[in-house]
Design a protein around this ligand. Sequence first.
Ligand code: LTN
Length: 327
Amino acid sequence: MKKTMLTGLKPTGNLTLGNYIGSIKQMVDNQDKYESYLFVADMHAITVPNDREELHKNIRDFIALYLACGIDPEKNIIYLQSDIEYIPSISWLLECNTYYGELSRMIQFKEKSKKHANFSAGLLTYPVLMASDILVVDADYVPVGIDQKQHVELTRDIASRFNKKYGETFVIPEPVITTVGTKIMDLVDPTKKMSKTEENPKGVIGLLDDINVARKKIMSATTDSEMCVKFDMENKPGISNLINIYSSLSGESISDIEEKFVNSNYGEFKRCVADRVCEFLTGVQERYKNIIESGKLQEVLDDGANKVRKIANKKYEDMRIKIGLYR
Ligand code: LTN
């Protein structure tokens, strides 16, 4: 039987070319290997203050863009967290089996609570909601960035404790630290990662960027004074980043690219990178538009919600009975 993989996306900021090359592309390549669940953690986005319109737009754009990038709804169960009403109910049952001390020791909580004089109780209980997301679908693997590893470890502790106290209920999940894809760097400062929440948009290619704006960003990317298209992350981070982008989008190897551009100046090379990026973005944006206008997005989310609601309902009833919450 296939193992189950769960990916959760917090809908903050704008998805970038870095998100595509660093993670979405791998998910697309691996979608036959696992029984895959993919959801938007919209309830996790409201632990800090939010703008209603922006939140709604992000939720919609995230899912539509994953689909436009090649995530196949026949191979992945795609859903919106807040559509599954059993998840917060399960979260409460788990919260009552989690210690305040465990939650207050989480690194992310300590950092975020320090930043604000006043913060929501949700910021503290955030990891238990995350545990519910994971445990409700019996996920075997959970790909996360290193900052979320501690939350998956807490999930394991909560699940084992519950299993011990009430009998086998949950699969114990494993975190998979996502470092497989090529890390794409900021175009202005190629020593830092391209980020979906970066303030300066010049260094970041958004998947929904206007094509001409995206082209300009590539053309004005930081390089060096050597005039040689060669991969050297340490000494030539700007050019190496552009080579990585070209390689990921074309499938050509780094050495083939170095050879191809051996007699080119940076202007010529950048133009070719920009052509690749613009061609890719044009395709994504066409599919994105179609997914939204055709009603496909709603269809996919309805289907996912129906499937996961059934699974979650079963888990919730099982927990109620084990705990003694029944008539
Ligand atoms: N906390 C994660 C988002 C997230 C998640 C999950 C990831 C919420 N629930 C369950 C994996 C599994 C984040 O901040 N990126």
